[in-house]
Design a protein around this ligand. Structure first.
Ligand code: C5P
Length: 235
C-alpha cells in the first residue's frame, strides 16, 4: 500500500490517500489542543500512545460485534482505515457528571448518573461544535430519524463494552466522544479514535484523572498518564 497525498489535517491526526480508493492512511500526531484549537502543545509520544490505545480498543469492540473503520495498524503512529463518509456529529456518552454538562447544569462533577446520557454536537469548527438536538440533526440533513436511533444504540453498546473493559483496568469511564461514518453500502461504523484525548478516564479508587483533562486543566504530565492507561489496559 502506497501513502498518497494529504487529504485532511486535523488537530490530532492527518489523513492521506492511498493507491486504493477505499483505504485511508491515518497518522496520529503528538499535538494536543484545547479550547477548539486555541491552545496547542506537542507532547512527544502522545501519537504513539493514542494509536496503541485506540487500536487495542477498536480490536476489542470489533471482537464484540461493533463494526469499525480500522483495517490495520501499520506502525507506532499509523493506521490504515476504511474510507467512510463521516457524519458531522460528535456523539458524547456520559456515565458520570463532568465537563461541559456539569458546567451547563451547575452540578458538581463526580455524581454517577442513573442512566448514561447521550448527546450530539455538530462538528463545525467555525461554530465551535454546538450542542444540537435530533430535530437540528434532521434539519441539517446529517442523519435520518432511523440513523439517529442507530447512532444512539451503537453509542450505548460501545459504552457498555468500554465500561467493562476499563473497569477491568481499574479505570472509571466517565464520558467519551465518538465519531461515526457510513460505508458505501450505507452501514454505520465507528470511525476516528477512542483514546485518552477523547475520553474522561478516572482511577476507579482515587479518581485521579488519566486523560486530556490533565492538559486542559494543567494538572501534570499528560504523557505519563496516557502511558499509565496503556499499561493498565495491557497488564
Ligand atoms: O467537554 P465535554 O464535557 O462536553 O466533553 C465530553 C467528552 O467528550 C470528554 O470525554 C471529551 O474528552 C470528549 N470530547 C472530545 N472532543 C471534543 C469535545 C469533547 O473528544 N471536541
Amino acid at each position: 500500500m502506497q501513502k498518497g497525498h494529504l487529504l485532511y489535517e486535523g488537530k490530532a491526526k492527518s489523513l492521506y490517500a492511498t493507491d486504493e480508493p477505499n483505504v485511508i492512511w491515518m497518522t496520529y500526531k503528538d499535538d494536543a489542543t484545547a479550547l477548539n484549537g486555541a491552545r496547542k502543545t506537542a507532547f512527544a509520544n502522545k501519537g504513539r500512545l493514542n494509536n496503541q490505545i485506540s487500536t487495542l480498543l477498536f480490536h476489542y469492540l470489533e471482537k464484540n460485534g461493533v463494526q469499525t473503520h480500522l483495517l490495520e495498524t501499520l506502525s507506532e503512529t499509523e493506521q490504515l482505515v476504511k474510507k467512510v463518509d463521516v457524519i458531522a456529529l460528535e456523539v458524547v456518552v456520559r456515565n458520570v457528571m463532568a465537563g461541559s454538562l456539569a458546567k451547563k447544569l451547575g452540578v458538581a462533577e463526580g455524581a454517577v448518573l442513573a442512566e448514561p446520557i447521550v448527546e450530539f454536537y455538530y462538528k463545525d469548527d467555525a461554530l465551535d461544535d454546538p450542542f444540537i438536538n435530533e430535530d437540528h440533526i434532521r434539519f441539517l440533513g446529517l442523519a435520518t430519524l432511523a440513523e439517529i436511533a442507530e447512532l444512539k444504540t451503537v453509542a450505548h453498546t460501545i459504552n457498555a463494552l468500554l465500561q467493562e473493559r476499563f473497569k477491568a483496568a481499574n479505570i472509571e469511564l466517565v464520558d467519551f466522544k465518538i465519531e461515526l461514518g457510513r460505508l458505501a453500502d450505507g452501514s454505520i461504523v465507528l470511525a476516528d479514535e477512542i483514546s485518552p484525548d477523547s475520553c474522561r478516564l478516572w482511577d476507579s479508587e482515587t479518581k485521579q484523572k488519566l486523560d486530556k483533562d490533565v492538559f486542559r486543566r494543567d494538572l501534570g504530565d499528560l504523557v505519563s498518564v496516557y502511558e499509565e492507561v496503556l499499561r493498565r489496559l495491557t497488564a
